[in-house]
Design a protein around this ligand. Structure first.
Ligand code: FAD
Length: 345
């Protein structure tokens, strides 16, 4: 296996141009924190982005930062903290900005901070055949053309190498509190979500609910009282977010319409579900159990890709396969970028 470590965008352009000409199949690699997500792809080389980690521009007054895509989340977090701000994705510190975007991981605090995809206003991407393409703009008024940066979100390294992004950032909350209810289930989570105004997250487990509150101190007091009107809750100092099932060999990230989360998780004995968002993480002992769960998810119109261990994306129907095939052909004409990894292949 060849390892390619470009230091610059030019280096990525040269590497992918050469790989395309030679038919060398390439897996783009960031911090390797989510590298199991996607179907198995046989490749000849890995292109590591981690040396592409410069800060390009950051002015807190603009609430925007521009960084190279190999920057680690812990470096970005400490840079933004100096400006009293954050990029609220909750990914592990060793993950890279480009990897978080390409793996389209769910933001746990989505109820309060919105989706990760909407924070990306500009992106530079190197296509499979080595063209440097820019999409979006730092000033929204200047945006023209296709939203290629939205297409690249969740593309699992199959459409191009993300090399630089401009991100909308937000102020760090003035205060934060995590509450725990010692009864669980999606139904109780739903009642807490209905009662508490604008929580950052309501995470349901079979035997407890974790409610994350962020905002102004007075707001948090009000939210806490609202939660207590539904059920008994304690405050906890445990880190938020906690890692979901770190010991499990297979973990799936299921997604359904938010109103169907209860139906999806009925009868399941281990899960963590984001109420109001419709995403849940579940551990599995083996691929057979994952396959059986996927059949239930499919009946509810949902999916359950594995994010750790074997199992890939599953064999659900590919949405708009012809459109996906044409996008792939335009971005990676030689088909060298992680063949078979995404549903579109
Ligand atoms: C324990 C744990 C908890 C997590 N919790 C959260 C969470 O709460 N919220 C959240 O948002 N995420 C969470 N994640 C997921 C996290 O976002 C991923 O770790 C991150 O998305 C992957 O970044 P990475 O740099 O490690 O990418 P890698 O694992 O190296 O790569 C992931 C995918 O992206 C592709 N890729 C990587 N870099 C690029 C690039 N520059 N251009 C194009 N394609 C690229 C790869 O080919 C691969 O398909 C969690 C992960 C773990 C392990």
């Amino acid at each position: 296996m060849d390892l390619i470590h470009p230091h610059s965008k030019r280096g990525v352009v040269d590497a992918l141009r050469a790989a395309s000409s030679a038919g060398t199949r390439v897996l783009i690699v960031g911090g390797r924190q989510h590298i199991d997500k996607g179907n198995v792809s046989e490749v000849d080389a890995e292109l590591w982005t981690t040396l592409l980690d410069d800060r390009v521009a950051y002015d807190p007054a603009e609430m925007l930062c521009v960084v190279e895509a190999g920057m680690r989340i812990h470096d970005l977090t400490s840079m933004l903290a100096q400006g009293g701000q954050e990029w609220p994705v909750d990914a592990p510190g060793d993950a890279t900005v480009g990897g978080v975007i390409a793996s389209g991981a769910a933001t746990i605090r989505q109820l309060r901070v919105g989706t990760m995809r909407d924070t990306i206003v500009e992106m530079e991407v190197v296509t499979g055949d080595g063209r440097l393409v820019k999409s979006g703009a730092r000033t929204v008024k200047n945006v023209t053309g296709y939203d290629v940066h939205r297409l690249l979100t969740s593309s699992l390294g199959t459409l191009g190498a993300i090399v630089q992004v401009a991100l909308k950032v937000r102020p760090l909350p003035k205060a934060a509190r995590t509450l725990v209810a010692h009864e669980g289930g999606v139904e109780l989570g739903r009642r807490l979500l209905d009662a508490v105004p604008l929580p950052a997250a309501v995470l349901a487990e079979p035997d407890r609910i974790v409610v994350r509150l962020e905002g102004w101190p007075e707001e948090i007091e009000e939210q806490t009282a609202a939660a207590r009107s539904v059920t008994a809750v304690d405050e906890t100092d445990a880190p938020f977010p906690e890692v979901s099932f770190p010991e499990a060999t297979i973990v799936a990230e299921a997604a359904v319409t938010p109103s169907r989360l209860g139906a999806l998780l009925a009868g399941v004995d281990r899960y963590r579900g984001i109420v109001g968002v419709g995403i849940a993480w579940l551990p599995f002992e083996d691929e057979g159990a994952l396959t059986a769960f996927r059949a239930c998810a499919a009946e509810l119109g949902g999916i359950a890709p594995a994010i750790r261990g074997p199992g890939g994306l599953g064999d659900g129907a590919v949405p708009a396969p012809e459109v996906q095939r044409r996008i792939r052909a335009a971005m990676d004409p030689a088909g060298i970028l992680a063949p078979g990894r995404a549903w579109s292949a």
